[in-house]
Design a protein around this ligand. Structure first.
Ligand SMILES: [Zn+2]
Length: 60
């Protein structure tokens, strides 16, 4: 089994299509990369949005 680099989310990201809750997402190089659901493949949000949420949460 291949372990992809992933980051842990402070706030789980729920897929609106299938309802799967992601507490980690694959690490992407580009900030404007789309984040897709691991279960159904639906587009959830852009990486940039998660970064902003993470920064807002940690305040750094
Ligand atoms: Zn899904």
């Amino acid at each position: 089994m291949i372990e992809l680099a992933a980051i842990k989310l402070f706030i789980p990201l729920r897929c609106e299509e299938c309802g799967y809750c992601h507490d980690t997402i694959p690490l992407e190089d580009a900030h404007d990369s789309p984040v897709h659901c691991r279960e159904c493949g639906a587009f959830m949000c852009a990486w940039e949005d998660l970064e902003q949420r993470r920064l807002a949460r940690t305040g750094s």
